[in-house]
Design a protein around this ligand. Structure first.
Ligand SMILES: Nc1ncnc2c1ncn2[C@@H]1O[C@H](COP(=O)(O)OP(=O)(O)OP(=O)(O)O)[C@@H](O)[C@H]1O
Length: 245
């Protein structure tokens, strides 16, 4: 069973405390929706898990289900992060990028039995033949987001972190991307950050609130109920009021 565990995690930037002894256990088979106010630390959490930045105290452990068990010394390949602003090579066409991507990841793709051809990735991302031959620097933000998401999903990473990836894609693409994400949940621990409550309610099995420098769930409430929505808003409003006191 793939798992991600956060133990007593603390992180601050200068004097601003982002996490203070935060704890949470994430498992494969669930999609977790991460909700929090602007600037509460959602991207920071992802960057800590992906080891793009160091934490001050605590531990982040991953079990990639490859026999090593839960360890803080997980390989970089254990985590794949999909960014709000994708970092893709602007000088390549989508077709060139996908071909390059499948070549440099050929071993990983083989390990996860992903035998998609470059053409199939482009189809999954909903890109026409004309679009596929366009340079990525001429792509819209939404098209870049789709392409980045599709290639990340194909790697079937043990931990998949999605930082607001559907904000810019159109409704049809968002629907297709949601189906792709759901199809991944049996294989990966998936954490999805969003500001769109309805998206969290539709897509996620559990919502995790980033609140008062902690990670918490709202147990005992049906995710789709009005009571749940009200409880989330109440918790997160409370955060701003506390900050102002
Ligand atoms: N490298 C950094 N150096 C200093 N401060 C940082 C750094 N990265 C993030 N911060 C600060 O940490 C806080 C949390 O930022 P973060 O981007 O994680 O929030 P977020 O919850 O993802 O926000 P949003 O919902 O607006 O995208 C913010 O106050 C931000 O300014």
């Amino acid at each position: 069973m793939k798992q991600l565990q956060i133990h007593d995690l603390s992180k601050k930037f200068d004097q601003k405390i982002i996490f203070e002894n935060a704890n949470f256990d994430f498992s494969q088979g669930q999609i977790y929706g991460l909700l929090g106010r602007n600037g509460s630390g959602k991207s920071t959490l992802f960057n800590l898990i992906a080891r793009n930045i160091p934490f001050d105290a605590g531990e982040i452990q991953i079990d990639s289900d490859e026999g090593a068990g839960l360890t803080g010394d997980y390989p970089d390949l254990a985590v794949e992060m999909v960014y709000t602003q994708p970092h893709l090579p602007s000088f390549m066409t989508a077709r060139e990028f996908v071909t390059f991507f499948t070549q440099i990841n050929s071993q990983r793709l083989m390990n996860v039995n992903s035998s998609q051809k470059p053409r199939e990735y482009l189809e999954l991302a909903g890109l026409s033949a004309d679009d596929a031959n366009k340079l990525l620097r001429d792509y819209s933000q939404g098209m870049l987001n789709k392409l980045q998401l599709v290639v990340a999903l194909m790697l079937k990473p043990p931990v998949l972190l999605l930082d607001e990836p559907l904000t810019t894609v159109d409704v049809v693409a968002a629907h297709e991307m949601q189906q792709l994400i759901v199809s991944m949940k049996q294989d990966s621990v998936i954490i999805f950050s969003t500001h769109i409550m309805q998206l969290a309610q539709n897509l996620c099995d559990q919502v995790v609130l980033l609140h008062h420098q902690q990670l918490e769930e709202l147990p005992g409430l049906d995710l789709h109920s009005e009571a749940f929505e009200n409880a989330v808003i109440e918790r997160l409003t409370d955060e701003i009021n506390d900050d102002q006191n």
